[in-house]
Design a protein around this ligand. Structure first.
Ligand code: SAM
Length: 294
């Protein structure tokens, strides 16, 4: 039997002509920087490690360039785009891919919630993956929102600002280590996979981008412990340069209790609040002292 014919991607000139006919002008607010370099798009699609058994949610279809490379991996793709004009272009480009479903939606319903209609379209009985050349303005909150779902994605492969990728994949105590690093690394192994220079996009962004890969850890914290963890992370990073003992004593109003807890956890009271590893933060968030406070 011969191989099924794969729809090819039209040249950028042709796509540009369609965009011009739609009087499309890229929106900075919506992070509309399209990755044009076909080799790089293909590499990112391969970075996802998707295969025929997989389901992936793509955030930000754009013209459908990455979508078609994901579709070529034979995974089932649900691709979300907020901009009607782009969806029209993507629908033309992706005609023939029966494994792609395009939906017009704002992926976020507010800053801390995935659009409920979209969540309803995610598989309930098997793992799924998230992928996207993410709109830069929502990349960080969106990754945390996805991680905090009842069924979080097994992996996330995201093209984001290089600075965001560095922060997410940072090590505790380093200059880039911050709340986003702790919030994601408590559930995921994070890795900066590759850097993507601005000249590969239209229009060119002002900053370098990078592909970030997050792989869900085998052991997942309970939802209740994540709520306590998030509250502790917020507190400690507000005073990240201060000594742990002082920050916790002020919040709990129990300096003695804090001293005992730090001793139990074998933590130096003079350690800076922003230097704890995700596991240490979780141990502290799970203590009776913090449960009383949060
Ligand atoms: N995937 C395409 C590519 O790689 O060239 C486009 C990526 S572009 C960086 C981000 C896309 O996300 C844009 O098409 C933009 O319209 C869309 N977008 C922005 N905010 C969104 C939101 N809140 N919900 C869904 N899509 C959004």
């Amino acid at each position: 039997m011969s191989e099924p014919v794969r729809p090819g991607r039209p040249a950028w000139k042709e796509v540009r002509a369609i965009l011009d006919a739609e009087e499309f002008f890229p929106s900075r607010k919506l992070g509309q920087n399209f990755l044009l370099d076909e080799n790089m798009v293909q590499r990112i699609a391969l970075d996802t490690q998707l295969g025929p058994e997989d389901f992936a949610l793509e955030i930000g279809t754009g013209c459908g360039f990455l979508t078609s490379h994901l579709a070529a991996l034979d995974a089932e793709i649900l691709s979300i785009e907020i901009d009607r004009r782009l969806l029209k272009v993507a629908t033309l480009l992706l005609d023939g891919w029966s494994n792609v479903r395009l939906v017009r939606a704002d992926v976020l319903a507010g800053k801390h919630q995935l659009e409920p209609e979209l969540e309803a379209l995610l598989p309930k009985d098997r793992d799924w993956h998230a992928v996207g050349n993410l709109p830069y303005s929502v990349a960080s909150p969106l990754m945390v929102v996805l991680a905090r779902l009842v069924s979080p994605p097994k992996s996330m492969t995201a093209l984001v600002q290089a600075e965001v990728a560095e922060r997410v994949a940072a090590r505790p105590g380093g200059a880039s280590w911050g709340p986003i690093s702790a919030r994601l690394q408590i559930q995921y192994e994070a890795q900066l996979v590759r850097r993507v220079p601005p000249q590969l996009f239209w229009p060119r962004p002002n900053v370098e981008s990078a592909v970030l890969r997050l792989d869900r850890r085998e052991e997942q914290p309970t939802r209740e412990s994540l709520v306590r963890f998030d509250a502790l992370v917020s507190l400690l990073f507000q005073s990240r340069r201060k000594a742990l003992v002082g920050v916790l004593a002020k919040a709990t109003q129990d300096r003695e209790g804090v001293r005992t807890l730090l001793e139990e956890l074998e933590l130096d009271p003079d350690l800076r609040a922003g230097a704890l590893s995700p596991a240490q933060l979780m141990a502290m968030a799970s203590s009776a002292l913090w449960s009383k406070t949060s």
